[in-house]
Design a binder for this molecule. Structure first.
Ligand code: SAM
Length: 257
C-alpha cells in the first residue's frame, strides 16, 4: 500500500495519525481571507485563521523531529502564516535550528512557457503563489532543490477548486525525503503532493473534508498516472468504503506537466 485518501476534518484526521510519523507535510489550507468564499474557483469550504492554526499545530505533531512543513500561501495569508510559525515553531534566522526558514514560490506559466496572466485580478497579477518552508526542531534534512519553482498551470481543474501543479512537489519531496517515508497532505483537494509522493515511491496520506475532492483526486490521478499496472489500496474513512486503484509504474504515461 502506498497511500490513503481519507475523508474527514483535517484536525481530527491529523490527530488520528501516529505522531512523529511524517517526513514532510504539504499543506494547501482552505484559510478564509476576507471575501475568499465568494471568489472564483473557491467552491470548497473555508475556515478561519484559528482553525488554520490548529491544523498547523496538528501538522507539527505528526511531523518527525527534523521534518518539514511545505505550506502554500497568498498575499493575505503569507504574513500571518510566517508570524505564526516564527512565534510557535521558532525563528530559524535567530536560532538556526528550527522553525520558519524560507518563503519560496511557484511561478505559473502558460503552456507555451510564457508567464501566466490568465487571472490578472483588479490590482496586478501574481502569476503564481508563495510557499513557506519550516522545519520541526533541529534538522539533518538538508536539501538543495530551489524553493522557487516554475511550473505550467494545470490545464484541467478536475471539477475541483484551485488545482496546483505536481512538479514543484516532486522536486521538493524527492529532495527532502527518502523512499518509503511518509508524506501527509491535509486539505488535499486533488492532492498533487500525494500524486508526486506516489510517483517517487513515498508513502502518503491525503485528507479532505469533501468526498467530491477525493473524486477529483481520482480523476486527476487517473489522468497523471493512467498507464499503471500495480495495485494500490485507497481506503476511505467515510464508512469503510475502500477501493482499489491502479498505481504508477510508467511515470511518463499520462504526465501532462
Ligand atoms: C486550497 S484547496 C486545496 C487544493 C489542492 N492544492 C489542489 O491542487 O487540488 C483546500 C481544500 O481544503 C478542503 N478543506 C476545507 N476545510 C477542510 C477541513 N476542515 N478539513 C479538511 N479539508 C478541508 C477543501 O475541501 C479543499 O479541497
Amino acid at each position: 500500500m502506498t497511500g490513503t485518501y481519507r475523508i474527514g476534518d483535517a484536525i481530527d484526521e491529523l490527530r488520528s495519525l501516529e505522531s512523529e510519523s511524517a517526513a514532510v507535510v504539504c499543506l494547501d489550507d482552505a484559510w478564509a481571507r476576507p471575501k475568499r468564499g465568494d471568489a472564483y474557483g473557491v467552491e470548497y469550504p473555508t475556515h478561519d485563521l484559528e482553525q488554520t492554526q490548529q491544523i498547523l499545530a496538528a501538522c507539527r505533531d505528526v511531523l518527525k523531529p527534523g521534518g518539514w512543513l511545505i505550506a502554500d500561501a497568498d498575499d493575505w495569508f503569507l504574513p500571518r502564516l510566517v508570524n505564526y510559525l516564527r512565534e510557535e515553531w521558532g525563528d530559524a534566522a535567530e536560532t538556526y535550528q528550527n522553525g520558519f526558514r524560507k518563503v519560496g514560490s511557484v511561478t505559473l506559466t502558460a503552456q507555451d512557457g510564457d508567464p501566466d496572466r490568465s487571472t490578472p485580478g483588479w490590482y496586478g497579477a501574481n502569476g503564481g503563489y508563495s510557499v513557506v518552508f519550516a522545519d520541526k526542531g533541529e534538522t539533518g534534512r538538508r536539501w538543495s532543490a530551489s524553493v522557487r519553482q516554475i511550473a505550467r498551470r494545470p490545464q484541467e481543474r478536475f471539477g475541483w477548486g484551485s488545482v496546483k501543479p505536481i512538479a514543484p512537489y516532486e522536486a521538493w519531496i524527492e529532495s527532502i525525503t527518502e523512499p518509503g517515508e511518509l508524506v501527509v497532505v491535509p486539505c488535499a483537494g486533488t492532492a498533487p503532493a500525494a500524486i508526486a509522493a506516489e510517483r517517487l515511491g513515498r508513502e502518503w496520506v491525503a485528507i479532505d473534508s469533501e468526498p467530491e475532492a477525493r473524486e477529483a483526486y481520482r480523476r486527476r490521478r487517473e489522468s497523471e498516472l493512467g498507464n499503471d499496472e500495480q495495485q494500490t489500496l485507497v481506503a476511505a474513512t467515510d464508512g469503510g468504503n475502500s477501493r482499489t486503484l491502479n498505481t504508477a509504474t510508467d511515470r511518463e504515461g499520462g504526465d501532462s506537466r
